[in-house]
Write a protein that binds this ligand. Structure first.
Ligand code: KIV
Length: 273
């Protein structure tokens, strides 16, 4: 296996291994994939967690938001990705409107595991979503929570904007982090918040915190794979780095991303808020 860190070329990553990585102070390297080729690329380069994100609505389908993605599409892309991922933990997004209440969330999450071959599902938000997190977790479905800038809330936020910039908003996000852990989330994705807030949240919860646009003081980092390869159209957000620039292959780019996350070189201050 062609991985940056030989120590990571071992057994498949599981939920307990992510917890151990946090305890051992090892950064978790994560990225998105939507098909077998990208799944294989990330897996052979030693990425620890592959997310089949509903960002596929934007980078694959060309929509302006993630809101049109449905559960059938998520299952299709998760199953395709799963065929090529042997080592990384495969997480699949619960798309918009697929978790309005716990029983519906359970049916959809179970399909992502059984038909999409994911090992964990990710849900955005807190508040009413806490009941879904708890219901799934109590029924042996590993869950990842996603708070901060949650793309499924884009209409309410009025755009993809950094969250938690003032004291009241920061307090809401801190409270949400504690609440999702108490509801049974195994890991937490924290998107587009000030670095100082991410550092506080990382100290506050015991589950691994994986940041995207949340600065360096997290337990790992995730990027959309199309972003880290410079493939995405439009204005590049501050937290994105094109790792293909100056490198000769996509493997070299993903290996550089993994190495920079593990060493702490990425994200730098210029990628943080
Ligand atoms: O859908 C997605 O790709 C995500 C990441 C941005 C974390 O949720």
């Amino acid at each position: 296996m062609n991985v940056a860190d030989p120590a990571s070329a071992s057994l498949p990553i599981t939920v307990p291994s992510l917890r151990k990585m946090k305890a051992d102070g090892k950064q978790i390297v994560a990225a998105t994939a939507y098909d077998a080729s990208f799944g294989s690329l990330l897996d052979r380069c030693g990425v620890d967690l592959v997310l089949v994100g509903d960002s596929l609505g934007m980078v694959v389908q060309g929509h302006a938001t993630t809101l049109s993605v449905d559960i059938e599409q998520m299952i299709y892309h998760s199953a395709a990705t799963a065929r090529s991922v042997a080592r990384a933990l495969l997480v699949a997004d619960m798309p918009f409107a697929s978790y309005p209440e716990p029983a519906v969330a359970f049916r959809n999450a179970a399909r992502l595991l059984a038909e999409g071959h994911a090992s964990m599902v990710k849900l955005e938000g807190d508040g009413p979503v806490l009941d879904c997190l708890r219901y799934l977790s109590d029924r042996e479905i590993p869950v990842c929570a996603h708070i901060g800038m949650t793309p499924q809330s884009v209409l309410r936020f009025g755009g993809f904007r950094v969250q938690g910039r003032n004291d009241a908003a920061a307090m809401r996000i801190r409270d949400a982090a504690v609440a999702v852990e108490q509801a049974g989330a195994e890991i937490l994705v924290l998107e587009c918040v000030p670095s100082t807030l991410a550092a506080e949240i990382r100290a506050l919860v015991s589950i691994p915190v994986i940041g995207i646009g949340a600065g360096p003081d997290c337990d790992g980092q995730i990027l959309v794979s199309y972003d880290l390869l410079g493939l995405s159209a439009g204005k590049r957000p501050r937290f994105v780095k094109n790792f293909l620039q100056g490198r000769g292959s996509v493997d070299e780019a993903v290996l550089a991303y993994a190495a920079d996350v593990r060493s702490g070189a990425f994200p730098a201050a210029e990628h943080s808020y």
